[in-house]
Design a protein around this ligand. Structure first.
Ligand SMILES: [Fe+2]
Length: 433
C-alpha cells in the first residue's frame, strides 16, 4: 500500500459502533431498509450487553496488507445494546444522548505508532495496544483512545489474515455467525458503499479545539487548506480553512441568530482527484451562540458535541431510495419549490434530471469539478452530487443518515442547506397567502 497517499498511518474507517436502547428495533428500522444485514453476534464477557455485527455486502473478502483490497465499498457496523438493568454505564450514556455513535474505528498501518502519537499529544487512553493471536499466523491488534467528543472513542485496528477470499466474520474475532435469510431466500442486493463522511456538531467557540485535537492526535488535516479556494464549491468559502454560511446567504430568513461554520478534516489530501482508497472525511459544524438552527438543537438534545449524521455512498441513489422507502425508511420532506428553483441554481440541468430528482425527492448540489457526462452551455464540464437525508432516528432531534451519490462532485451539499431552507420558507409564504 502506498504510504504517500495518506497524511499519516490512519488509512480507512473500519467499523462504526452504535449504542442503542433496542438493538433489534434499531437495525430493523434504520439499517435493514438500506440492506445492512446482521452477519454475527456476541455477548460481552459479563453477559450484560449484546453486539450485532452488520455488513452492507455479503461477498467474500480478498485481504492484502491489512486492507480489504476488493471491498472498499463494504462497510461494517456494530450495534450494541444492554440486556441488564445493572449496566448503569450504558443506561447513563443512552439517557444522556439517546441512541448514539460510541466508536469510530480506523484501520492503521501500525496501531502502536498511532496510539503513541495520540497519547503523546494528550489523548486519553481507553485501552492499550493488545494482540489477539488467531489461527495460522493471523492476528487482530487493537487499542482505543478517547476522542474530544463526549462518550465517543476511536479504536485503532490492525489485522493479519493469512487466508485469502476470506469470510468477513474473520475480521472480527469473537463474533458468532448469523445466517442471513431474506423472505425470497436470496442474497440481498448491495445498496450502499463505504462511508462518504461523518458529520459532527460542536459547541459555540469550540471548533478550533476539535480541529487542533484531530491535527495533533490523529494527523488529520483541513481539506480546504490544501485546495485552491477559487476552485472550491462556491462563494461560501469565506476564509482559507472554513466554510461559513451567514445570515445574509439566506433570502427569506427573518432571524438574526442563524448561520453555520464548518470544517472538513481528512487523512488524505483533498486534491487527490481519484482516490485509490476512500478518504476519511470528518465534517465538524460549530453551533452559534444563542443560535436557533439544527446544530444548536443537536447540542441541546445530545447534551454536548457528537456525531450528527453518517453519509453512505450510494451507487444508484434513486434505486436505494425507492427500495428503502418500501421498507419504511423515512426521509425528510423536500417541497416542490426546491425543484422549481433548480434551473436558476444549475442552468445545465435537464428536465429529465429534474423530474427524476423530484419524483424521489432527492437533492442536488454542484461544485466546479469536472464531469464526463454533464456539459453546460459554455462547454464547461461540471460535476455534481445527489443527496438525501433520513428523518431523525431518535425521538430527539440528534442522529440521522444521509445517502450521497457523487458524479465527479466534491463538497457536502452546503448549497442545499440554503436551498432547502429557502424552499421551506417559500412554501410557508405561499401557504400563508
Ligand atoms: Fe452530510
Amino acid at each position: 500500500m502506498n504510504k504517500g497517499m495518506f497524511h499519516n498511518n490512519i488509512q480507512l474507517i473500519d467499523y462504526l459502533e452504535f449504542w442503542v436502547c433496542n438493538g433489534k428495533a434499531f437495525i430493523k428500522s434504520y439499517l435493514e431498509p438500506l440492506n445492512f444485514y446482521i452477519i454475527g453476534s456476541k455477548f460481552n464477557e459479563k453477559r450484560t450487553r449484546i453486539q450485532y455485527l452488520l455488513s452492507n455486502s455479503l461477498g467474500q473478502l480478498e485481504i492484502v496488507d491489512n486492507l480489504r483490497v476488493k471491498s472498499f465499498d463494504q462497510q461494517f457496523i456494530i450495534v450494541t445494546s444492554s440486556i441488564s438493568s445493572k449496566d448503569t454505564e450504558f443506561f447513563e450514556k443512552t439517557a444522556l444522548h439517546g441512541d448514539f455513535i460510541q466508536n469510530i474505528s480506523f484501520i492503521c498501518r501500525d496501531i502502536n505508532e498511532a496510539y503513541e502519537k495520540a497519547i503523546k499529544e494528550g489523548a486519553q487512553s481507553i485501552s492499550e495496544p493488545m494482540t489477539q493471536e488467531l489461527k495460522g499466523d493471523s492476528f487482530y491488534k487493537s487499542c482505543s483512545i478517547q476522542s474530544p467528543f463526549n462518550d465517543l472513542i476511536h479504536t485503532f485496528v490492525n489485522r493479519k489474515i493469512t487466508y485469502h477470499n476470506s469470510n468477513p466474520l474473520h475480521l472480527f474475532p469473537g463474533f458468532n455467525p448469523v445466517a442471513i435469510v431474506n423472505s425470497e431466500g436470496e442474497k440481498p442486493l448491495q445498496l450502499t458503499g463505504a462511508l462518504d463522511h461523518i458529520a459532527t456538531c460542536v459547541e459555540p467557540g469550540n471548533l478550533p479545539k476539535y480541529i487542533d485535537w484531530y491535527y495533533r492526535c490523529m494527523g488529520f488535516k483541513l481539506t480546504a487548506e490544501e485546495c485552491d479556494t477559487d476552485s472550491l464549491e462556491n462563494e461560501l468559502v469565506l476564509d482559507k480553512n472554513f466554510y461559513v454560511i451567514k445570515k445574509s446567504d439566506f433570502k427569506f430568513i427573518k432571524k438574526d441568530n442563524i448561520g453555520l461554520k464548518m470544517a472538513v478534516l481528512s487523512n488524505q489530501p483533498s486534491n487527490t482527484k481519484h482516490f485509490k482508497v476512500p478518504p476519511i472525511q470528518l465534517v465538524i459544524s460549530e453551533a452559534m451562540e444563542n443560535g436557533e438552527g439544527q446544530i444548536e438543537q443537536y447540542i441541546q438534545y445530545f447534551n454536548g458535541g457528537g456525531v450528527q449524521h453518517l453519509a453512505f455512498h450510494s451507487f444508484d441513489i434513486f434505486k436505494t431510495v425507492q427500495h428503502s422507502k418500501k421498507e419504511k425508511l423515512e426521509y425528510i420532506y423536500v417541497p416542490d419549490s426546491y425543484y422549481d428553483g433548480l434551473h436558476e441554481r444549475f442552468p445545465w440541468i435537464t428536465d429529465e434530471m429534474k423530474l427524476n430528482l423530484k419524483n424521489s425527492r432527492v437533492l442536488i448540489d454542484s461544485d466546479n469539478s469536472l464531469s464526463k457526462d454533464i456539459v453546460d452551455e459554455t462547454e464547461q464540464k461540471v460535476g455534481f452530487i445527489n443527496q438525501i437525508f433520513t428523518k431523525y432516528c431518535n425521538d430527539r432531534p440528534t442522529l440521522f443518515f444521509e445517502l450521497i451519490q457523487r458524479v465527479d462532485g466534491l463538497g457536502f451539499g452546503k448549497g442545499n442547506i440554503i436551498a432547502l431552507f429557502e424552499a421551506l420558507e417559500t412554501e410557508k409564504v405561499s401557504v400563508n397567502k
